[in-house]
Design a protein around this ligand. Structure first.
Ligand SMILES: Cc1cc2nc3c(=O)[nH]c(=O)nc-3n(C[C@H](O)[C@H](O)[C@H](O)COP(=O)(O)O)c2cc1C
Length: 187
């Protein structure tokens, strides 16, 4: 056993709600991954007049210089071929007001953009109205990620707007509030 420095003490972990190996129970594995809270974004693309849009919570920043972001898309996604053909896409970071937008773009249907309020970005990818941020990207790499592809995008343009984020955690949508420890009035 490795000896710890005297200043570090080990404490017993509480019993987990559930535990195991990922392949034994896929739903339980998903519930564990869902302990990590994220924002919600709609990835959009346009190619020869055809539109694609899907909700993701796998979006993350990757690099500031060069400006890279990443997200993952299911290999089975009906929208994947269009993202590949377009070679460019937009990240639409959803606000707390856009729960209905998230539900619409999480469904597998052909009419996702019907009645949606959007305008084309510099290279045609739809920019949805009411978002917290838009990032217009070039698709740099689509890497193997098991049953998903890991998409790396180079950000060519960004815009930031007022509003509160839509969050997703433990399988549910949520809104952010300041941590109570930060709002205790000074004595
Ligand atoms: C909160 C949330 C997060 C999601 N994150 C992802 C994701 O990161 N990658 C992905 O491929 N699908 C994700 N999905 C599922 C896709 O949105 C959904 O499968 C897709 O919109 C279906 O459309 P399609 O038939 O055009 O692929 C997520 C759904 C929800 C509700």
């Amino acid at each position: 056993m490795n000896a710890l420095p005297p200043s570090i003490s080990m404490s017993a972990l509480p019993p987990p709600i559930e535990q195991g190996e990922p392949h034994a129970d896929a739903r339980a594995f998903r519930r564990c991954l869902g302990q990590f809270a994220t924002g919600v974004a709609v990835m959009t693309a346009q190619h020869e007049g055809q539109l694609a849009g899907i909700v993701v919570n796998s979006f993350a920043s990757l690099s500031l210089d060069p400006p890279l972001i990443l997200w993952s898309i299911r290999r089975e996604s009906a929208s994947l071929p269009l993202f590949r053909r377009a070679g460019r896409f937009a990240v639409n970071v959803l606000s707390a007001e856009q729960l209905a937008v998230s539900n619409r773009f999480a469904a597998s249907r052909a009419d996702k953009f019907n009645d949606a309020d959007w305008s084309p970005g510099r290279h045609g990818a739809p920019l949805l109205a009411g978002c917290l941020a838009h990032l217009e990207c070039r698709l740099e790499q689509a890497l193997d990620g098991g049953d998903h592809l890991l998409i790396v995008g180079r950000v060519e343009r960004y815009a930031r707007f007022h509003g509160e984020p839509l969050l997703f955690t433990q399988g549910h949508y949520a809104v952010a509030q300041e941590h109570p420890a930060l709002s205790v009035p000074a004595a």
